[in-house]
Ligand binder design. Structure first.
Ligand code: ZN
Length: 237
């Protein structure tokens, strides 16, 4: 059912929300204050990226005079074009879906002054929150190139060209079971979404190609198997 109706469902947010509501009946807890999902105009997108109604780039002040060249602190090795924003006075600026700019300017919950934030990532998290009505907290969003290199060299599992460096990834803490989280992720953000399973968080990234869910640590084997089954059912691969 998922595979046959996926394309049409992803183009119709209301149908999508209804379907997900049926799928997740019995899984959700008390609804929070999240707004009812609204149909989103399909603008500002390419064929392979998550459509977003948010402005591209986001209306935040761009960082001026920061080291963004190759190998420098704020270098973007993926060359995505997502700007580096100056969030020193804008951490509380709402971005939509109950999310603020500071949510994406975090490293293990510590606020950073400059960050890249892709509107598609904001859209993805906002959609998951709206449709599941479950609380989620961003543990880590943007990560500078230099910080990513430091934790990569420390053997903490960071990828050399991590999507965090481009403002396209977030590690979110949620009490949602992996099945619910994975269903919401692929239905709401599409099948070109990266999903990593950790004991502490879910990694989400918005990319332009599909990837099999991965785990951080062997202890996640059973949860990882669930995520991969959901991906096969929803995305058909
Ligand atoms: Zn991550």
């Amino acid at each position: 059912m998922f595979v046959r109706h996926r394309a049409r469902t992803l183009q119709n947010p209301l149908l999508l929300s209804s379907l997900l509501g049926v799928l997740l009946a019995g899984c959700t807890t008390t609804p929070t204050q999240m707004p009812v999902p609204q149909p989103m105009p399909r603008t500002s997108t390419t064929a392979t990226e998550l459509p977003t109604s948010l402005p591209l780039p986001l209306p935040l002040p761009k960082a001026l005079g920061q080291p963004e060249g190759p190998g420098e602190t704020y270098f973007d090795p993926n060359r995505t074009g997502v700007p580096l924003f100056d969030l020193r006075a804008h951490a509380k600026q709402p971005l939509g879906g109950g999310l603020v700019a500071g949510d994406f300017a975090r490293n293990n919950n510590a606020l950073v002054p400059y960050a890249r934030i892709d509107a598609r990532l904001v859209e993805c998290l906002a959609r998951i929150r709206a449709t599941t009505r479950r609380k989620m907290t961003v543990l880590s969003g943007y990560r500078s190139f230099r910080h990513n290199e430091a934790i990569r060299r420390a053997g903490e599992g960071a990828a050399k060209s991590s999507f965090h460096i481009s403002g396209k990834a977030a590690d979110v803490v949620s009490m949602m079971p992996v099945e619910q989280f994975a269903i919401a992720t692929y239905l709401e953000c599409g099948c070109n979404t990266g999903l990593g399973i950790s004991p502490r968080f879910y990694h989400i990234d918005v990319r332009t190609y599909p990837v099999t869910p991965w785990g951080y640590g062997r202890s996640q084997a059973s949860r990882l198997a669930i995520a991969r089954r959901v991906q096969r059912n929803v995305c058909g691969n």
